[in-house]
Design a protein around this ligand. Structure first.
Ligand code: SF4
Length: 582
């Protein structure tokens, strides 16, 4: 089976077909490089993100199923949250399942009139009735039902939405298997608008390599680096949640809607405390020896029955701790875990949910919104029980105010007031780093407005350690170069946690046995071109870099590198787009 096969599915007509797009995969590797071209081709300009014209592209890459930690699927679509490019990556079994089903990409368009789910097994596409699954309270239950009904156990992926996707919450996610997500920018709402409850994919085809002997050698080197060096150790041991205490120590941990940047009770929600007192197991995406996915075992007693407990496994990492912990002033680990479980069950992006709730709390505190808006809820920092109810209300939307919250923090604030402290960048809610100007520039200019686009937060921390203050030009060049290289990783499609292993020279080496001869310089140029493609698509869909402004709050709370300078930010954003030369 070749990577060049693209499966097209039209939900309106209930039709599917395969096209050979090998030329696209030769030019653009796979993943995001291919997906952005397919999206450009298939999505009519100006399409309604929640209309049948929106298109979902899933793509994998030439390393999928061959090298360790090449475990992600890229999903591109038009985002109902920002109105332009939606991009989300998820692991689990999704990528390997798509490739072993015989495809490099899957394009889903149209919309069904009644709830359905897709089952794709051994080259055949089935449109199954999902009326019985629509409205089911928990995305976990949906997974369980589909597991019973479908074949492919052990090799299949089950991507599904929860109630949030059905109710078109603009930051609803798609859960894959149980503990991985296409989290950001609202893929779940796009599924919901198409009445698409789930996609199950399985297959057992094999993948050929051009040069098996050198493939084996490169494979072994990558595997050894992953398992016998310290490069991946932190992800395996405590996981990304080990960032909580160091960020808190340098005063870069957004707290209570970024009114502060350190949390007096950070130790209670730290990775160390969760590992010591709650860690139940660790799991891994397919073809990954690291197993960074940490699951807390939350043991809750039944009210009426002594010595009888319900144990829930809840996945956690740094971003969730930031969004549903420090950002809300929640320090009770069990309360925070319950919030995490609720967003998992309902199928929502945890970062966006936390930021929305933090804004709601401050707006309530300042009297911008009242009890009538909140349907009687009285949000208060640290009160996780109220937040638990508020999350459910965002999904069920009993008042206009909750309908506003379901549209994202930028929209809610533009309608109700309190824009200065609504933490959105380019329409996307802020991730957990208040480390300095590079982090905020990265959120503003990154194609997804995410910390993963160009990792400015890591530049800030390096500068802090060295006591350096580089020029605006240097910071902008760094962000563009980092984001460009990440387009190559997202085209292959490699887990970003393994970026220390998949350095440019290693990528060049690993591409040869699978049939690509591309040197480092060519790869870098290709990365920049893909980044431009993505930004051109955004502009095509109405994105205007000149209107990009961070929320005022980032200038009010000092970072570890001091106060962020407003003029410097404006200059840097302008320079970024000049250098990108769209
Ligand atoms: S390091 Fe973690 S997220 Fe990355 S592939 Fe492995 S298990 Fe998945």
């Amino acid at each position: 089976m070749t990577l060049g096969r693209v499966l097209h599915i039209d939900l309106s007509k209930r039709r599917s077909w395969v096209e050979d797009r090998s030329e696209l995969f030769s030019d653009r590797l796979g993943g995001v490089g291919v997906a952005i071209k397919l999206l450009e081709e298939e999505l009519p300009k100006g399409a309604d993100p929640l209309g049948p014209d929106n298109v979902i592209v899933f793509a994998v890459g030439p390393f999928t199923g061959l090298y360790p930690m090449a475990s992600k699927t890229v999903a591109l679509f038009k985002s109902p949250l920002t109105g332009n490019l939606g991009e989300s990556h998820a692991g689990g079994r999704s990528a390997v399942a798509i490739r072993l089903a015989g495809y490099g990409a899957i394009v889903i368009k149209g919309a069904s009139e009644t709830p359905i789910y897709l089952a794709i097994h051994n080259g055949r596409v089935f449109f199954r009735d999902a009326s019985g699954l629509w409205g089911v309270g928990s995305s976990l239950t949906v997974g369980r039902v589909i597991r019973e009904k479908e074949t492919g156990a052990g090799v299949r992926t089950i991507m599904r939405i929860g109630r949030a996707g059905e109710r078109l919450v603009r930051y609803a996610c798609v859960n894959t298997e149980t503990y991985r997500h296409f989290g950001r920018l609202g893929l779940g709402a796009v599924f919901g608008s198409k009445k698409l409850k789930a996609v199950v994919i399985s297959g057992k085809s094999s993948i050929n390599v051009k040069d098996p002997a050198s493939y084996r050698k490169v494979y072994d080197r990558i595997y050894e680096m992953a398992t016998k060096t310290t490069l991946m150790r932190k992800y395996h041991d405590i996981g990304t949640s080990m960032n909580v205490q160091p960020l808190n120590a340098i005063r870069g941990l957004p707290t209570r809607n970024l009114k502060e940047a350190s949390f007096e009770e950070a130790h209670r929600i730290s990775g160390e405390n969760l590992a010591e007192n709650y860690l139940g197991r660790r799991v891994a995406c397919s073809h990954c020896p690291v197993a960074c996915i940490h699951l807390a075992a939350l043991r809750e007693p039944y009210e009426d029955e002594p010595y009888f407990y319900k144990t829930t496994m809840i996945s956690y990492d740094y971003e969730l701790i930031y969004a549903l912990g420090s950002m809300l002033g929640v320090s009770d680990p069990e309360g925070m875990l319950r919030l995490m479980n609720e967003v998992e069950v309902l199928g929502m992006d945890a970062i966006s949910t936390g930021v929305v709730l933090a804004w709601m709390t401050e707006a309530y505190e300042r009297g911008v919104i009242s009890d009538a808006d909140t349907a009687g809820l009285k949000p208060r920092w640290g009160d996780w029980r109220v937040y638990l109810k508020a999350i459910r209300m965002i999904v069920e939307q009993p008042t206009e105010f909750y309908r506003d919250l379901a549209m994202g923090v930028a929209y809610a604030a533009s309608k109700n007031g309190g824009e200065d402290y609504a933490l959105a960048f380019g329409g996307n809610e802020m991730p957990g780093y208040h480390t300095g100007p590079a982090a905020h520039l990265g959120f503003l200019t990154g194609a997804r407005h995410s910390h993963l686009d160009s990792a400015g937060y890591s530049l800030d921390q390096r500068l802090l350690k060295k006591g350096l203050k580089p020029s605006v030009e240097k910071v902008v060049d760094y962000l563009i170069s980092e984001e460009s290289w990440r387009q190559i990783l997202s085209s292959l499609v490699v887990c970003y946690f393994a970026r220390g292993i998949y350095r440019p020279e290693m990528v060049e080496e690993a591409l040869k046995p699978v049939g690509y001869s591309l040197d480092v310089e060519t790869l870098r140029k290709l990365g920049l071109e893909i980044l431009r493609d993505k930004n051109r698509f955004k502009v095509r869909e109405g994105f205007n870099p000149e209107k990009l402004k961070p929320p005022k709050r980032i200038y009010e709370t000092p970072t570890p590198l001091g106060y962020v300078d407003e003029k410097l930010m404006e200059e840097a954003v302008k320079l970024f787009y000049e250098r990108l030369a769209l």
